[in-house]
Design a protein around this ligand. Sequence first.
Ligand SMILES: Cc1cc2nc3c(=O)[nH]c(=O)nc-3n(C[C@H](O)[C@H](O)[C@H](O)COP(=O)(O)O)c2cc1C
Length: 275
Amino acid sequence: MRSFDPSVVDSPEIHRLLVGGVAPRPIALVSSLDRTGTSNLSPFSFFNAFGVNPAVICFSPAYSGKTGKPKHTMLNILETRECTVSIVTYEMVHQISLASAPYERGIDEFTKSGLTKLPSIKVAPPGVAESPFIMETRLLEHVDFGKGPGSANLMICEVVLIHVDELVLTAQGGIDPLAIDQVARLGGPYYTRAKRGVFALPQPGKPLVGIDRLPEEIRSSPILTGKHLAQLATLEMLPTESIDDDRTLERRHLAAREWLEQGNVDRAWKALVGE
Ligand SMILES: Cc1cc2nc3c(=O)[nH]c(=O)nc-3n(C[C@H](O)[C@H](O)[C@H](O)COP(=O)(O)O)c2cc1C
């Protein structure tokens, strides 16, 4: 491993490392108005949601790494304390990239990008009609980390209304990850399309067995990796059968690995302890 100390390494290099390493990042497409009502639209991937009571999101329009200037989005929100955040889909990504160019203050990036304004209900800035998921938000707190180039500005906002396209809502009231088709930002010019890599894992709601309680023969397997052991240990109780099989350890572990690679933990345990 090579180590990089942000107090020694220059900020463009730390920026390259952080945006490549802390990825993929969701993209907030932020619409804001200045105090005269002029509209602005810009994407920010230093962004996430942080809790629901109250519902809080945060994004960071950093001071420009090149010019040190503040982002218009931040200036607008400090003036009006409101914005909308629209989630970006694959269909929208070329347009949001166009919106991110460094236009003069007062230029409306809705016009530049060809995206459509959707009137909001509780706040003045419009949402983006092409997005299936739009949040109306109000500024709770601005956390400033100094005025140097690349310095972060946390815009911590309360979500006061959420609009969701019914086409992406599941019957259980969740969001269908295939239907919503979000994109996320990686380092440099790279993006990723979430629905191309979707897979599901059990959600541990109770204490689970854990790798330390697996039988020693399984824990020290030369065939099963940490991923396989975690799959086997994602159970509330160990199977009661003791290992009782004439096949060699190698054959049992190879068979278990095969089942685990197919996501079948039940069959993997059967292969390990005997049918
Ligand atoms: C996908 C994407 C994500 C971005 N994320 C950020 C970010 O998190 N913080 C930031 O300061 N700039 C980010 N940018 C660059 C801003 O969008 C760009 O500086 C924009 O011109 C800011 O506009 P404004 O000055 O009108 O607010 C991003 C650009 C793109 C294309």
